[in-house]
Design a binder for this molecule. Structure first.
Ligand code: ADP
Length: 190
């Protein structure tokens, strides 16, 4: 099994690129953001707790997303691997993922990182807000806090995966098709 991580700041285009990636390489797409939004839509207790944190631009607790990921690993079959989108988002989550995979005799295949400069993040999110209507895209304070959370908690993962020699960065400023080709050229070699 391949275990790809799709990495990048909010608005970098992870959700946009994920579809083509899972199709080409026969992967199961696991987006923790989407899983959390469906818990919210279903009105579960977990969803209610997550909503307050997501609306504030904060992260939900590590254990919550780790549990979601592990249950997918346990149940999804008939694919060549997984595309993790929005996970891991903290060093603790990355360490938990390594442990989960170690227990299965597996390891992270590679991290495909979509990079955009900070000033583009808000532009992209504003554009998406108009299309998708996500509550956490609509409020400027939430967006600012998501960017801050990204820099403080998530960006340290770059060094973590560089040290493991698993980090592959792609500039995500071009068109959707241009970025897709760059992503494919990385993944073809992993
Ligand atoms: P984006 O790509 O814009 O960052 P996501 O859909 O990946 O958005 O995530 C939306 C929100 O869900 C995050 O801001 C965070 O509150 C929560 N979330 C998603 N994944 C995680 C995670 N791995 N750990 C903690 N919180 C998460």
């Amino acid at each position: 099994m391949k275990y790809f991580i799709l990495f990048g700041p909010p608005g970098a285009g992870k959700g946009t690129q994920a579809g083509a990636m899972v199709e080409k390489y026969n992967l199961k797409h696991i987006s923790t953001g989407e899983l959390l939004r469906s818990e919210i839509a279903a009105g579960t207790e977990l969803g209610l707790k997550a909503k307050a944190l997501i609306d504030a631009g904060s992260l939900v607790p590590d254990e919550v997303v780790e549990g979601m990921i592990e249950s997918k690993f346990n149940t999804v079959k008939d694919v060549n691997g997984f595309l993790l989108d929005g996970f891991p988002r903290t060093i603790a989550q990355a360490e938990a993922l390594d442990k989960m995979l170690e227990g299965r005799g597996e390891s992270v295949t590679g991290v495909v990182s979509l990079m955009i400069p900070d000033e583009m993040i808000k532009e992209r999110i504003a554009h998406r807000a108009a299309i998708e209507g996500r509550a956490d895209d609509a409020n400027i304070e939430t967006i600012n806090n998501r960017i801050k959370t990204y820099h403080e908690k998530t960006e340290p993962l770059i060094a973590f995966y560089q040290e493991a020699d698993k980090y592959y960065e792609v500039e995500s400023m071009g068109t959707i098709e241009e970025v897709r080709e760059l992503v494919f050229s990385v993944m073809d070699n992993l």
